[in-house]
Design a protein around this ligand. Structure first.
Ligand SMILES: [Zn+2]
Ligand SMILES: [Zn+2]
Length: 347
């Protein structure tokens, strides 16, 4: 066959021209001279194939992956071996080589390309939310019928922080951009609803109480017609604390423990313990605080009565003898609580 380009007649033909003329113009691969990759300068996420990926990848690996993604291999090539090399990295620019060996129409060939990979530092959408103070949830930390004590705030702050640290492994919006310190309680602003919910549950776990969620429509996405909601979560902790006296179902009880979904009250007349669901919090009346406990002395004892000195007017008061008072001795100090004019001995 005759090659119209070089005039030779004894060479293998590729289409209309000989193989040598074909290979002169042929390139096994195509790779852009300049490749840009985006990395979030805050969280180190990379933008790859239309997505932000936040797994940890070393910078060199990112460059190699960018080169790989941008290589186009011609169909005629077989048995290709592509070797990528970073010649040097200067600031945000990596000068790279791509060496290819492969077979084209039975001929083994080799070629080298240069490419420059530029790392563009930017801010990913999640970080830009964080930077703008974006939040999806507000946790309203409140107490029922009373003010929150400073040690409770300290504890709550710790719980919020601890929960967010734990959540941040899986949620980049697990952060608190703002705490509004209001007279009625603190408002913790939380980046994501998911983490906000965890924070509310952790607060409830510590203090007990009732959680209520109320979504508020913030704006509407015009393109989808979907509403954008921000969710307020109120965590209302009980008015009573451990050691306080409450009235529940006509019984006077001293609260002995508080947990997430229930609390224990000990009937001060029968010494019996009752487990009360936290959801009944509204039916509970606080009658005396633990600080109201008084102390007095036993002045006499009989099988029917135990006689004590009223610490206010020093009168002698007879109290029905009970099994649990049997071991008390005359002259011993005991605790009492005064409720509705009655004196209850505590043990
Ligand atoms: Zn030719
Ligand atoms: Zn980021």
């Amino acid at each position: 066959m005759f090659c119209p380009e070089c005039g030779s007649t004894d060479k293998e033909m590729v289409g209309d021209i000989c193989i040598d003329c074909f290979l002169k113009e042929f390139q096994m691969i195509e790779i852009p001279k300049n490749i840009e990759i985006q990395i979030c300068s805050h969280c180190n996420s990379k933008f790859e194939e239309g997505k932000w990926i936040d797994e940890f990848i070393p910078e060199e690996e990112i460059i190699y992956r960018a080169l790989e993604r941008n290589i186009k291999i011609a169909d005629e090539v077989s048995n290709e071996i592509i070797n990528l090399e970073i010649d040097q990295i200067k600031g945000t620019i990596a000068n790279c080589f791509v060496e290819v060996t492969g077979e084209v129409h039975g001929v083994q060939i080799e070629e080298t390309h240069d490419s420059q990979v530029k790392i563009k530092k930017t801010v990913c959408p999640t970080c830009s939310k964080v930077l703008s103070g974006y939040y999806e949830t507000v946790i309203q930390f409140r107490a029922d019928n009373r003010e929150i004590k400073s040690e409770e705030y300290t504890k709550a702050d710790e719980i919020v922080e601890r929960t967010l640290i734990k959540q941040s492994n899986s949620d980049k919006l697990a952060y608190c951009p703002q705490i509004a310190k209001l007279k009625e309680g603190y408002d913790y602003y939380i980046g994501s609803f998911k983490s906000g919910k965890k924070v509310a549950e952790a607060l409830k776990e510590e203090f007990g109480g009732i959680i209520k969620e109320s979504p508020r429509l913030i704006s509407e996405d015009k393109s989808t017609g979907k509403g954008l909601y921000r969710i307020w979560i109120s965590v209302r902790i009980p008015e009573f604390e451990i050691g306080d006296f409450i009235r529940y179902e006509n019984k006077i009880m001293q609260v002995t423990s508080i947990s997430k979904n229930s609390f224990v009250g000990m009937d001060i007349s029968t010494q019996k313990k009752h487990n009360i669901p936290m959801k009944n919090m509204e039916d509970i009346e606080l009658v005396k605080k633990a600080e109201d406990i008084e102390t007095t002395t036993i002045i006499s004892k009989s099988p029917q009565f135990i006689q004590i000195l009223d610490p206010i007017d020093y009168s002698a008061v007879d109290i029905d003898m009970k099994e649990e008072f049997a071991d008390y001795n005359i002259g011993e100090e005991v605790n009492l609580i005064r409720i509705d004019g009655n004196i209850y001995l505590l043990n």
